[in-house]
Design a protein around this ligand. Structure first.
Ligand SMILES: *[C@@H]1O[C@H](CO)[C@@H](O)[C@H](O)[C@H]1NC(C)=O
Ligand SMILES: *[C@@H]1O[C@H](CO)[C@@H](O)[C@H](O)[C@H]1NC(C)=O
Ligand SMILES: *[C@@H]1O[C@H](CO)[C@@H](O)[C@H](O)[C@H]1NC(C)=O
Ligand SMILES: *[C@@H]1O[C@H](CO)[C@@H](O)[C@H](O)[C@H]1NC(C)=O
Ligand SMILES: *[C@@H]1O[C@H](CO)[C@@H](O)[C@H](O)[C@H]1NC(C)=O
Length: 629
């Protein structure tokens, strides 16, 4: 007795866990635990590893792609894809540098049965150590004006080498620490230049060197030459004028969010001019004077913005005047903030036929584009911030991502749509098979489709809809379980009634089709074909509507030549002709389908193909919309 209870209980539990498996979906689409960075620069002597860690159920696989979507593999000694998903670039000799490996955009893709996601673009750059020298040149400055000394770094290392300090007279170190005191005479600007305010004749006796540091190798270097300020005391008054070449348009300056932004006004004049800063109100020609405070300071003509905010971005104007004239310079400051994105809701379960909305929340500056991916493939959305699906279909389940991008970086967020259980897309559960018949009797073809809501069934012969009439009778029955049974009855079947029959079950949540040939003994016959219009660049696919039995061959011809006559054309024994990338010049023509039997009888049918330009496509689309209204 006691044992029986245990057995029942065990069975009951087995039953329950079975229910659990069927009733609840425990799959989880892939998500990144560790997404690779936007950018990785490394030295040939150190190498680098890109980590990509994901989770999901079933455990996702990781594939590395190039930005064109092709998968990358191992390159012996230069690139290796590890089983854990990491992409490794080992140290390499200078002569082994390969652009397609070492200067490339990579994407980490993760996929499982639920769907797939892409990481942000990872810009990889390997740098081969090269010898370089930095220099400081003499700069001319008018007495009383600010002087600016530049540390000249060769362009081939400029991305990796930055100014760490300036050395005055070989012993005094000027660093950006000193420059925190904005009233000080010396400022090391974020660009590495040394800004010296209120230059006086005695400043001309000091020498300056810059000390640089290599970001990748950590090596520091002192400039090979020493620079000086050459202070001149003009005898005539000089009206404000731009330093260097006159630049047309605005000067562009970038700075990173929460760091120090510098907006320069490189104008010199004698007597020393007065600088006044304005900022344009976005999208207008109106400007307001910049208010100076604890955060925004003006040092000589230079505007220094501490802990820059995205709102500090915009177009600035400095107006410089002295007793003899004036000048003005426009500068555009862009305060960049790291991009980030997320999609809401992260997981949603939607019933078939119901709407779904995904919202993209993003931050950062500037945001140049917002785009959406579904399982790694681009999809379009009317709004950038949201993706709306009016009526969810079976193929809508999977992983969605929103990507934000600017010239420097990208970021993504992902979300999953699961299908609810309330509706079922159509499924054909029983259907007719291919048949060979003698002419004469009545024939009936049957299709049974399940689905919730109950689908409609439509019949086609050689892709042309069959209407209820004398010859064809269509009857539909709904069973007690909600399945749809549809009959296609053909009275007095003849050889010419042979062809490819198709039943299509459709509801608002999907479609399913089944097709098979009906062959009726008799001579070859080809049903008339309607003219086909196709847009240039598209693919033409037609199947010859042939009847008769037995048929030995079905071929396609053009100008009496048997196809294929070029690589764009494909002809299959079942009578299907495919022409890819259709062009008006080469493909607009009359094509002929020929069905032959073994006794030498044949039938021919013509198909006229017209190729439309993209312009006509728009017209066709509009007509299509009208028809559907
Ligand atoms: C990297 O390149 C430099 C310069 O050509 C070379 O001296 C160094 O040995 C290279 N590193 C490795 C690991 O081969
Ligand atoms: C800005 O930078 C300061 C110091 O550099 C830091 O303390 C602060 O947390 C940063 N603020 C933000 C919002 O990143
Ligand atoms: C200052 O210079 C600007 C730009 O050339 C000029 O438009 C303006 O009239 C000058 N202001 C004065 C007070 O001279
Ligand atoms: C078609 O044929 C089947 C089977 O003989 C029959 O049950 C059905 O009533 C027929 N339907 C029509 C519309 O003639
Ligand atoms: C004919 O065969 C080709 C290749 O197998 C196939 O792609 C095509 O769908 C077939 N056509 C029809 C109408 O079944």
């Amino acid at each position: 007795m006691h044992n029986e209870v245990v057995v029942y209980l065990t069975l009951y539990l087995v039953f329950l866990s079975g229910l659990h498996v069927n009733g609840e979906d425990d799959t989880v689409g892939p998500t990144f635990i560790k997404e690779p960075p936007n950018k990785i620069d490394f030295s040939n002597s150190t190498g680098a590893t890109l980590e990509c860690t994901v989770r999901g159920n079933p455990a996702p696989e990781i594939i590395w792609l190039r930005s064109d979507g092709t998968a990358v593999g191992d390159v012996p000694g230069l690139r290796q894809v590890l089983p854990n998903g990491n992409l490794v670039f080992p140290p390499f000799r200078a002569e082994d540098y390969r652009q397609e490996v070492h200067a490339q955009v990579y994407i980490c893709m993760a996929r499982n049965s639920v769907g797939s996601i892409h990481s942000r673009d990872v810009n990889v750059r390997a740098v081969v150590s090269q010898n370089y020298a930095v220099n400081v040149m003499d700069e001319y400055v008018l007495n009383g004006n600010p002087g600016i000394l530049k540390c000249h770094i060769p362009s081939f290392v400029a991305d990796y080498v930055y100014v760490e300090a300036w050395i005055q007279n070989e012993n005094i170190e000027l660093t950006s620490e000193i420059s925190r005191d904005y009233d000080s005479k010396y400022l090391v600007l974020p660009s590495g230049e040394l800004h010296i305010r209120d230059v006086a004749p005695e400043d001309g006796f000091k020498t300056y060197q810059c000390r640089t540091k290599h970001k990748l190798t950590g090596e520091t270097r002192l400039s090979a030459t020493k620079g000086r300020l050459v202070v001149t005391e003009p005898t005539n008054n000089i009206s404000p004028r731009l330093l260097g070449i006159k630049i047309t348009g605005s000067i562009q300056q970038d700075c990173l969010y929460n760091q120090t932004g510098v907006v320069r006004c490189d104008v010199t004049a004698y007597p020393v001019p007065v600088f006044k800063w304005y900022k344009f109100i976005e999208g207008s020609n109106r400007k307001i004077a910049v208010t100076l405070d604890d955060r925004v300071k003006q040092v000589s003509g230079t505007l220094i913005i501490q802990e820059a905010k995205v709102e500090d971005s915009g177009k600035y104007l400095c107006v410089v005047n002295n007793s003899v004239g004036g000048e003005s310079v426009e500068t555009v400051l862009t305060v960049t903030a790291p991009l980030s994105a997320s999609v809401e809701p992260i997981v949603q379960t939607v019933d078939f036929g119901r709407p779904a909305t995904l919202t993209c929340n993003y931050e950062g500056n500037p945001v140049k584009t917002v785009s959406w991916l579904k399982d790694g493939k681009p999809i379009s959305s009317d709004e950038s911030r949201a993706l709306k699906i009016d009526s969810v279909r079976k193929e809508d389940k999977g992983m969605y991502q929103c990507f934000v991008r600017n010239e420097q970086e990208s970021a993504q967020g992902s979300a999953e749509i699961k299908l609810g259980g309330r509706f079922d897309p159509p499924q054909i559960v029983q259907a007719f098979a291919e048949e060979v018949l003698k002419p004469g009797p009545a024939v009936y073809l049957k299709c049974i489709a399940s689905g919730n809501p109950t689908p409609e069934i439509i019949w086609y012969l050689d892709f042309k809809k069959i209407e209820n009439g004398e010859k064809f009778r269509i009857g539909n029955i709904i069973t007690a379980t909600g399945d749809k049974i549809s009959y296609l009855n053909i009275t007095d079947v003849q050889a010419n009634d042979g062809g490819l029959y198709q039943c299509e079950a459709a509801s608002k949540v999907g479609t399913a089709t089944h097709s098979a040939r009906l062959n009726v003994h008799g001579l070859p016959h080809i049903r008339p074909m309607e003219k086909k219009m196709i847009v240039a660049g598209g693919t033409l696919m037609v199947t010859c509507p042939f009847a008769g039995y037995p048929i030995e061959s079905v071929t396609w011809e053009r100008d009496s030549r048997t196809l294929p006559i070029n690589r764009k054309q494909k002809v299959f024994p079942n009578g299907t002709l495919i022409i890819e990338n259709v062009e008006r010049q080469s493909d607009q023509a009359t094509y002929t389908c020929v069905a032959k039997n073994s006794n030498g009888y044949s039938a021919r049918g013509n198909l006229e193909v017209q190729v439309l330009g993209k312009f006509f496509y728009v017209i066709l689309l509009n007509e299509f919309k009208l028809i559907n209204k």
